[in-house]
Design a protein around this ligand. Structure first.
Ligand code: GTP
Ligand code: MG
Length: 196
């Protein structure tokens, strides 16, 4: 799969306001600051297609991009960002959940996991929610440039174990990426290419 063209379409504040279009959609979701927008830019080979930031909570809307004129990349807002107060974390916003649950055009949600961390309860919970709601998804470990090979192995194995523990018998497709070192993108695009 080669990306020949990538164009921002528009942003939406609700899933319901998105048009009933025909193109398959591939969404990127994960904790705030996990690297969703950076991964999209790397995959599309465009520096500033999706806006990135070192501060969490940059992406607040559903941003859509047309790729090669025939499928769409969807940048979703992150979850788990304590914006209002430390107590009231807006865990998974309605915006994210209604898009994932109701969007017929969604072929795959890539759930991004920060490879530097041991399994986080909120991520495991989010994967569980996707399973219960029959959302098609894959896992993408991000920021793999930040750690040594054995540390990376350790964290990805722990994550798999956490999924097994929460009841997954068959594990989903998994990818390891670095948007800084440009690695793992070919595999993600290859996977998308098989589905479109
Ligand atoms: P929100 O939109 O706020 O939810 O964040 P996001 O998930 O879109 O993250 P974003 O792509 O904006 O990246 C957050 C920070 O992580 C930025 O400072 C990026 O430069 C950094 N980052 C993203 N991907 C990588 C990576 O693969 N390696 C390293 N080292 N840093 C990365
Ligand atoms: Mg973002």
């Amino acid at each position: 799969m080669k990306i020949k063209s990538a164009k921002f379409i528009r942003s939406y504040a609700t899933a319901e306001s998105m048009p009933d279009s025909k193109e398959p959609e591939f969404a990127f979701i994960g904790r705030s600051n996990v690297g969703k927008s950076s991964l999209i830019n790397y995959l599309a080979d465009r520096k500033n297609l999706a806006l990135t930031s070192s501060k969490p909570g940059k992406t607040q809307l559903i941003n859509t991009f047309m790729i090669n004129g025939d499928w769409k990349l969807v940048d979703l807002p992150g979850y788990g960002f304590a914006k209002v107060s430390q107590k009231r974390r807006d865990k998974f916003s309605d915006l994210i959940l209604s898009y994932l649950k109701d969007r017929k055009q969604l072929y795959c949600a890539f759930i991004l996991i920060d490879s530097r961390l041991e399994p986080q309860a909120i991520d495991v919970e989010f994967v569980e929610w996707c399973g219960v709601n029959e959302v098609p998804f894959s896992i993408v470990f991000t920021k793999s440039d930040k750690l040594k090979k054995n540390e990376l192995m350790h964290n990805t194995e722990l994550f798999k174990a956490a999924l097994h523990k929460s009841g997954w018998e068959e594990l989903p497709e998994m990818f390891v990426t670095s948007a800084t070192k440009n690695t793992g993108g070919k595999e993600v695009l290859g996977y998308i290419g098989k589905l479109v």
